[in-house]
Ligand binder design. Structure first.
Ligand SMILES: NC(=O)c1ccc[n+]([C@@H]2O[C@H](COP(=O)([O-])OP(=O)(O)OC[C@H]3O[C@@H](n4cnc5c(N)ncnc54)[C@H](OP(=O)(O)O)[C@@H]3O)[C@@H](O)[C@H]2O)c1
Length: 296
C-alpha cells in the first residue's frame, strides 16, 4: 500500500482524512509544527526546517496547510499570514522533492472563493476573480503547479466543509441554537458546501484515479436563506428573526464579511464526470444527519 504524507494533517480535514486513509490500509504521516505522536513529523515552514525522517517512503503528498481564513479579522498582517502560510509553505515543501524520490502524486487543498462574485454557476475553466481570496487562491494554485515537473498534480477547490467537529458550522450554530436563526444579508447569496466525509472520500477518489487539474469540491450550493433555515430545523429551533443587516456583519467582520455576505455558485460536474458520487447533497438531510446523530 502507498505511503501518504499530509501537510497540515492536524486540522479539521486532515484528522478525518488520516482516519479514512489509515482504515483503507495507507501508511499515513503528517507534517505539523507540533509533533507529539507517532506518525507525526515536525516541520516549521516559516523557519524552513523539517525533521527529515520517512520522506524517502512517501508516494503521495496531500497539502492542507494554511492559517485559518475565518479565524481573525483580515488586517494587512493577517492577509500576509494567510497567503504565506499557503504559498511559501508550498514552495518550501517543493524545495524538498529531492528527498522524496518516490513521489507520484501531489494533491493540494484550494478554495472555491476563487471566482468572480457574480450569479454565474462557475466551472473550473472560468477566470480567477479579483478580490483578496481569489488572488490568494490563484497564487496558491500556481505554486502547487511547481510539483508538475515532479509528479501528477490535483487541486481541490474546497467549499464550506460541514463537520460536527468544528469549522464554519460550529460558528453558525451558536446563534441558531439560541433561537436567533435568520438569513444573513440579503439571504439570496449562494453557499457552496460539502460534507467532510464526502470531501475525504474525494481525496481518496483522487488518489485511486490519479485525476489531475482543478476540481470544484462542492456537493451543492444553497441560498443563505435556505441553508440557515435548514440549520434551524436540524436543531429544532425557530427561524423567524429578521435578516441580519449586511452593514452589521461588515462592522463586526470587516473585509472578512465577504465570507458570509458574498455568494459563490459552482458546478460539480467535472468531478462527477470522473466517477465520483456524492453521498450527501441535500442540505436538509445532511444537516439533520450531522447534528442529530452525526459523528463527523
Ligand atoms: N474547512 C473548510 O471549510 C475549508 C474550506 C475551503 C478550503 N479549506 C482549506 O483546506 C485546508 C485545510 O482546512 P482545515 O479546515 O483542515 O484547516 P485547519 O483545521 O485550520 O488546519 C490547517 C492546518 O494547517 C496548518 N497550519 C496553519 N497555519 C500554518 C502555518 N503558518 N504554517 C504551517 N502550517 C500551518 C496547521 O497545522 P499545525 O498547526 O499542526 O502545524 C493546521 O493543522 C486549508 O488550507 C483551508 O484553507 C478549508
Amino acid at each position: 500500500m502507498k505511503t501518504v504524507l499530509i501537510a497540515g494533517g492536524s486540522g479539521l480535514i486532515g484528522k478525518k482524512l488520516n482516519q479514512i486513509l489509515s482504515k483503507k490500509g495507507y501508511k499515513v504521516y503528517t507534517l505539523t509544527r507540533n509533533a507529539k505522536h507517532r506518525g507525526q513529523i515536525y516541520w516549521n515552514p516559516a523557519q524552513q526546517t523539517i525533521e527529515g525522517k520517512h520522506l524517502d517512503k512517501v508516494n503521495i503528498i496531500i497539502n492542507l496547510t494554511g492559517e485559518n481564513i475565518g479565524e481573525k479579522r483580515w488586517t494587512s498582517e493577517r492577509k500576509k499570514a494567510l497567503q504565506e502560510s499557503r504559498s511559501k509553505t508550498t514552495q518550501f515543501l517543493h524545495s524538498l522533492v529531492a528527498n522524496i524520490p518516490n513521489l507520484e502524486y501531489y494533491i493540494s487543498a484550494s478554495g472555491i472563493n476563487c471566482y468572480e462574485q457574480d450569479k454565474k454557476i462557475h466551472v473550473e475553466s472560468d477566470p480567477y476573480g479579483t478580490d483578496f481570496l481569489a488572488k490568494l487562491v490563484k497564487e496558491w494554485e500556481a505554486v502547487s503547479d511547481l510539483f508538475q515537473s515532479n509528479c501528477k498534480v490535483a487541486k481541490l477547490r474546497i467549499s464550506m466543509v460541514l463537520s460536527k467537529r468544528g469549522g464554519a458550522l460550529d460558528k453558525m450554530l451558536l446563534p441558531v441554537k439560541l433561537g436567533l436563526g435568520s438569513p444573513i444579508g440579503t439571504g439570496t447569496q449562494m453557499m457552496p458546501w460539502i460534507h467532510i466525509e464526502d470531501l475525504c472520500n474525494l481525496f481518496v477518489h483522487a488518489i485511486e484515479n490519479q485525476i489531475t487539474g482543478t476540481f470544484n469540491a462542492v456537493a451543492n450550493c444553497d441560498t443563505n436563506h435556505d441553508f440557515m433555515k435548514a440549520l434551524a430545523k436540524a436543531v429544532n429551533r425557530p427561524f423567524f428573526m429578521p435578516k441580519v443587516p449586511a452593514f452589521l456583519i461588515k462592522l463586526m467582520l470587516g473585509e472578512m464579511s465577504v465570507l458570509v455576505l458574498d455568494g459563490t455558485n459552482a458546478s460539480n460536474e467535472k468531478i462527477k464526470n470522473t466517477g465520483f458520487v456524492f453521498q450527501h447533497d441535500n442540505i436538509e438531510t445532511t444537516l439533520a444527519s450531522l447534528l442529530k446523530n452525526g459523528k463527523d
